[in-house]
Design a protein around this ligand. Structure first.
Ligand code: DGL
Length: 200
C-alpha cells in the first residue's frame, strides 16, 4: 500500500515517523511544502487553495490512502481534500478527539487552526461536557523550523502560551500542530507532571 502525507514543513515528519512504525510494510510519499511555510497564519482562502493544489498533485501519485499530517489544513480544508482524492482520507483532529478522556483539556495550535475551533467542536462531539481551551501559538512553528528549540526565548514564549491553560486547571494538553511534538521535552518540563501531553 502507498500512503500519501503532507505538511507545511518538518512537522509532518512526527506523524510520518509514527505511521512508519505502525505500518512498516507500506511505502510512503511525503510532501513538505516549505516554500509556503508557515500555514498557521494564512487565511482560510489561502489554505483551501493550497489544499486543492496539493491534492491534485497527490491524485497523480498513485496513492492508496492519504493522511492529512497538517492540523491547519485538517481544520480548514479537510472536505476539499476528501472531494479531490478518490482514496480514503484520514485526519488527526477527529481521530485524537475521539480518544480524549479528560474533562478539562487544553489545545495548543496555530492561529488559523484556533480560529476554526475545530478541536473544540470535535472534542465536544464525542464528549459534550468537556471543558476545552484553545491557545494560539504563532511563534512556535518558525522557531521549530529554525531548530531554535532549546533557547531562553522559546522557553519564555512557551511559558506565556501555557499560562492561560494552567490557570484553567487543564488535565491534558493536545499538541494541535504536527510541529509541536518536536518541542515535547520543553513542554514536559514546563507542565506539572499530572498534566498529560497528547500527540495526535
Ligand atoms: N504543522 C502544521 C499544522 O499542524 C502547519 C504549521 C504551520 O505551517 O504553521 O498545523
Amino acid at each position: 500500500m502507498r500512503i500519501g502525507l503532507f505538511d507545511s514543513g518538518v512537522g509532518g515528519f512526527t506523524v510520518l515517523k509514527k505511521v512508519v512504525e505502525l505500518c512498516p510494510n507500506n511505502s510512503f510519499i511525503y510532501l513538505a511544502d516549505t516554500a509556503r511555510l508557515p500555514y498557521g497564519v494564512k487565511t482560510s482562502k489561502e489554505i483551501i487553495q493550497i489544499a486543492e493544489e496539493i491534492s491534485s498533485w497527490f491524485r497523480q501519485q498513485n496513492i492508496d490512502s492519504f493522511l492529512v499530517a497538517c492540523n491547519t489544513t485538517n481544520a480548514i480544508a479537510l472536505d476539499v481534500i476528501k472531494n479531490k482524492l478518490d482514496v480514503p482520507v484520514f485526519d488527526l483532529i477527529e481521530s485524537v478527539s475521539s480518544t480524549i478522556k479528560e474533562s478539562r483539556v487544553g489545545v495548543l495550535a496555530t492561529p488559523s487552526t484556533v480560529k476554526t475551533k475545530a478541536y473544540t467542536n470535535a472534542i465536544l462531539k464525542f464528549n459534550p461536557k468537556t471543558f476545552v481551551i484553545e491557545q494560539s501559538c504563532p511563534d512556535f512553528v518558525p522557531m521549530i523550523e529554525m531548530d531554535n528549540v532549546n533557547s531562553n526565548e522559546i522557553t519564555d514564549i512557551a511559558i506565556g502560551y501555557l499560562k492561560p491553560l494552567l490557570k484553567q486547571k487543564i488535565e491534558s494538553v493536545i499538541l494541535g500542530c504536527s510541529h509541536y511534538p518536536l518541542i515535547t521535552p520543553l513542554l514536559t518540563d514546563l507542565l506539572p507532571s499530572t498534566v498529560k501531553l497528547i500527540d495526535p
